[in-house]
Design a protein around this ligand. Structure first.
Ligand SMILES: Nc1ncnc2c1ncn2[C@@H]1O[C@H](COP(=O)(O)OP(=O)(O)OP(=O)(O)O)[C@@H](O)[C@H]1O
Length: 615
């Protein structure tokens, strides 16, 4: 993935590409509102010039004795231009906000669609740079096109004002045009540099901000609250949070100070030019070379040229900054797919032979240790395979490779002879039902928590209940205040729900685990069931019951069960022992016990534990 580089600036080609991307986004999201905005900007840009000229006309008319009717018309026109100058910016503001809302929706949708479509595995999501990128991309997608649009309309508006006043100044004193224009050069350069620094600072502070939110979350999240309170971690995490906040503040403060210094210098330069122009106008008026109206329009013109120039420059700076931010959006939406899928993937057939790990080596990154070191294992179709081993042996990693959440670093995982690298992971996962050790408890209703296992059955209450029964959690769910429709969270209750606190309930750890098991069992018609520690949190009775049901269910199906409780795997057709990333033993219970190896030792250790307890 492309690294930081946010402070390095943009090539003209990239800047053009990002502008085009933002324009396409905006056009797709709000074409009509965009048209209205352009018209309003034109009106807003011309209004100040019209006001200045009409003021001159009125003042010179008053002094020069023009007819009453002409004066009244000039005054009426002046009043109308004044109304326009006040109303149009409000209308523009509303239209800009509306365009912003629409663009934001489309941009966020595209960002997450790209993530869903391109990131089918886990590797990129585990990359900290990517998370920094995503948080900037979210900001950029939500605000970048709108900032660019605002800048573009602002620049258009200011250009109209500028042209009008420049022509006015040219007519009165061309030297003033030159003086004002020269001050624009350092201002433009300063804005570009500041824009680059601002985005660079956002990248640098991104890590600290994410850590700050992490600590803040530890201090307020109910799940973590137990440990935080019992271990007295509140002050510790608060201090860490503040330290991250202070480091972000320090970066932003340094930036603000630099910005302040530059802006003060530039403001003094501008004020000097405006002051010089005013002195010249007063002297010229006294010498009879300028009328009162001329002086008024000149003062307005100098101020107008300066303010529109500075608006254009700061809008250019803002556009540059928005383009730098959009670079993050661009990188995130075009992120390299983490799992290459061939243009025409091989179909994943119904499993008839088995899944074979052929000399599989795997590590989580080139700088990480090997987790699997030449695993050779066949999970035969229609049989129950169990995988056992000590903590950290690589069991869950092996399951992740089986589900193609990563590709092996070396070797192959073959599904009925088809290398998983040649398949579409979505198709493969359609054939598998899995429950992971670190399952998710969704803050949704109980029925949805199970139904998510197979979206096509989200509304199929009979199937959902059947899965819950098999996982031994039906009675618990049926007895909830609102049955299967009870929300398994109290976090998102609002309004009417708050008056019915029983609407949101929390399950116990073991009940939650059975719920996750039910989610996997909803896919019971799949070719393979993979259960990674499905019963670690269950009480002994529940565990025995769940395993009895699973055995019944597994009969004749392909399954892979990981468990540390060896009594739950002893009846598997095949038990594989993983140690230090290698399969060191494989066979059924009787054979492994007879061999007297690692399995046999672990099994007797556990069995002895039970015997001692009983005696
Ligand atoms: N996402 C990851 N990134 C880097 N290393 C990882 C990641 N997941 C696991 N590991 C490392 O891989 C090794 C194997 O972990 P794995 O979870 O596969 O073991 P396990 O046999 O399932 O262990 P347990 O019995 O404790 O569940 C461990 O050393 C772990 O630190």
């Amino acid at each position: 993935m492309r690294q930081a580089g946010a402070t390095a600036g943009l090539t003209p080609k990239a800047a053009f590409g990002h502008t085009l991307m933002a324009a396409r986004l905006t056009l797709a999201a709000a074409p009509a509102a965009l048209g209205v905005l352009v018209l309003l900007s034109a009106a807003a840009g011309l209004a100040p010039v019209a006001v200045a000229w009409l003021t001159r006309l009125t003042l010179d008319g008053l002094v020069g004795g023009v007819s009453g009717t002409a004066l009244v018309w000039a005054a009426v026109a002046l009043a109308l231009a004044g109304v326009c100058a006040v109303v149009v910016p409000r209308l523009s503001q509303y239209t800009e906000a509306e365009v912003g809302r629409r663009v934001r929706t489309v941009a966020v949708d595209r960002l997450y669609t790209a993530m869903n479509d391109r990131l089918r595995g886990l590797a990129t999501l585990e990359n900290p740079d990517f998370h920094n990128r995503i948080s900037l991309a979210q900001q950029a997608g939500s605000t970048g096109p709108v900032h660019l649009l605002n800048s573009a309309t602002g620049i258009g508006r200011s250009l109209l004002t500028l042209t009008g006043f420049l022509v006015t100044l040219l007519l009165i004193n061309p030297w003033l045009v030159l003086a004002v224009s020269v001050t624009a050069i350092p201002t433009t350069r300063a804005e570009v540099l500041l824009g680059r620094r601002r985005v660079g600072a956002m990248w640098r502070t991104g890590y600290a901000e994410r850590r700050q939110y992490f600590y803040a979350n530890l201090l307020s999240a109910p799940r973590e609250a137990k440990e935080v309170r019992l271990f007295g971690l509140g002050d510790f995490f608060r201090n860490r949070m503040l330290s991250e906040l202070r480091s972000t503040n320090a970066v932003n403060r340094a930036l603000d100070r630099r910005e302040l210094g530059v802006q003060i210098l530039l403001a003094i330069l501008g004020a000097g030019v405006a002051g010089g122009g005013l002195i010249w106008a007063v002297l010229a008026s006294r010498a009879g070379r300028l009328t009162v109206g001329d002086v008024t329009v000149l003062v307005a013109a100098v101020a107008g040229v300066q303010s529109s120039l500075s608006a254009i420059i700061s809008q250019l700076g803002a556009s540059y900054q928005a383009l730098l931010m959009l670079d993050h959006y661009h990188v995130a939406t075009t992120v390299e797919p983490d799992l290459p899928v061939p243009a025409s993937p091989r179909p994943v057939p119904a499993l008839t032979g088995g899944v074979e790990f052929r000399d599989v080596w795997f590590r989580y990154g080139p700088d990480q240790p090997w987790v699997l070191r030449g695993v050779n294992l066949t999970i035969p179709a229609g049989r129950a395979t169990a995988l056992v081993g000590l903590n950290g042996a690589g069991k869950s990693t092996l399951v992740k490779l089986l589900c193609r959440l990563y590709d092996p670093t070396r070797g192959q995982v073959r599904w009925d002879g088809v290398d998983l690298r040649d398949t579409d992971p979505a198709q493969l996962r359609e054939r598998i039902g899995t429950v992971f050790q670190d399952y998710v408890e969704y803050e949704l209703s109980a029925a949805e928590n199970i139904g998510l296992g197979d979206l096509a059955r989200l509304e199929d209450r009979d199937r959902i209940e059947a899965a819950a029964r098999r996982a031994g959690v039906h009675e618990v769910l049926a007895a909830l205040p609102n049955g299967y429709d009870t929300m398994l969270t109290r976090m998102f209750l609002a309004g009417i729900d708050e008056e019915h606190p029983e609407m949101g309930m929390l399950l116990s750890g073991g009940q939650g685990q059975r719920l996750a098991l039910a989610r996997a069992l909803l896919r019971d018609d799949r070719d393979m069931l993979v259960l990674d520690e499905p019963s670690s949190g269950l009480d002994a009775e529940a565990e025995a019951e769940v395993h009895a049901r699973l055995r019944e269910h597994r009969g004749g199906r392909t399954s892979l069960l990981i468990s540390h409780r060896l009594n739950t795997v002893r009846d598997a057709d095949q038990i594989a022992v993983l140690s230090d990333g290698e399969i060191i033993e494989c066979g059924d219970h009787a054979r492994l016990v007879a061999e007297g190896g690692v399995y046999s030792r672990l099994f007797s250790l556990q069995a002895r534990g039970y015997e001692t307890t009983l005696t």
